[in-house]
Design a protein around this ligand. Structure first.
Ligand code: FES
Length: 64
């Protein structure tokens, strides 16, 4: 039975928004998140890396 693909949307000057469900885990296997939707930081300034905390809106983050 086919399943819907995970969709990753690159937000303009913002995070990678993932419409899953998706599992985010560390390289050692620790699971950080098992959510239907998640946003991953792309600006490098989030205090909750690897997740976006909205900080990109307060800094001059410009994606290429
Ligand atoms: S992309 Fe949102 S805090 Fe980095």
């Amino acid at each position: 039975m086919p399943t819907d693909p995970i969709v990753i949307t690159v937000r303009p000057n913002g995070p990678l928004k993932i419409r899953g469900p998706a599992v985010v885990q560390r390289s050692d296997g620790e699971i950080l998140s098992q959510e239907a939707n998640v946003a991953l930081c792309r600006c490098g300034q989030s205090s909750t890396k690897p997740f976006c905390d909205g900080t990109h809106k307060t800094i001059p983050f410009q994606a290429e």
